[in-house]
Design a protein around this ligand. Sequence first.
Ligand code: 3HC
Length: 309
Amino acid sequence: MDELLEHFERTIERDQRIEPRDWMPEGYRKTLVRQIAQHAHSEIIGMQPEGAWITRAPSLRRKAILLSKVQDEAGHGLYLYAATETLGVDRAELTENLIEGRQKYSSIFNYPTPSFADVGVIGWLVDGAAICNQVPLCRTSYGPYARAMIRVCKEESFHQRQGYELLMTMMRGSQEQRDMVQDSVNRWWWPSLMMFGPPDGDSPNTARSMAWRIKRHTNDELRQKFVDMTVPQAEKLGVTLPDPELKWNAEREHYDFGEPDWAELKRVISGDGECNAERVAHRRKAHEDGAWVREAALAHAAKKKGVAA
Ligand code: 3HC
């Protein structure tokens, strides 16, 4: 065992990839299953908030863009479930874990989307935060996860740009449209900061995940990167970020910002957010409604196998 552990640790130290057939400590495998499954669940649940606007998009162009974005999220979920399956877990089991509340998905998707401006703000802020979090994951130590991230990040930058362009258009519109954008920013700014997880001092997993180079930066480092990236974009857009403590700190060469409401994050993660029940119920119904497709595919595969034998 020592030799195997030594080889594993040397591979990590050399910033080389661990592949599915390599020996790995059980804790490393479990951490990967936990994080990649949660990431996949987030992509799939994340289809709901914007999906609700596909039939109500204000133009064919906006509908086409939103359709392709939501389809991308489904694809991201599939890549990530496929990456999780290389660790010996089954997709059906993962879906059960999500529906039964045994595994998490990102808190951000438990907030409502009452206006079309939310589609733009989700693209700009939520996908922008996802980019900050996912680009470093292209260098995560587990091969299948890192490779899944490369394509995800390419598509994520389209998501972020289409959202920002939508908001730019609205900000050049009527006062009512500008107010709609500002209201949406007010509702999504703090939950977007919470996407990066609790503060490092309250993160039970970060130290271990950093040592295994699963995570390449801490929660607070990525949150700071997101704030620094987003403040100039907000100024260009002409919106105010709802944080009176937000200001440039020339000494730190970063923006200082206020403290997110960590009690709210805890509440939303534990299932008590505005849309948790609705999101999980919708996922359960979609899974149940799709049972016949899975059964038909299995029956067809068995028949084909029977014929082949
Ligand atoms: N929502 C839900 N749960 C969260 C959370 C959040 N925003 N932040 C932290 N948690 C959970 C963690 O999962 C962990 O619980 P667990 O041990 O039961 O899994 C607990 O709170 C403590 O947090 P830690 O910081 O110790 O946990 P991690 O080291 O796993 O860090 C994370 C949390 C930063 C979300 C990390 O898991 C991660 O980077 N995951 C991969 C990326 C990801 O999931 N991104 C967000 C959603 S995907 C997305 O945005 C799609 C885009 O298309 C919009």
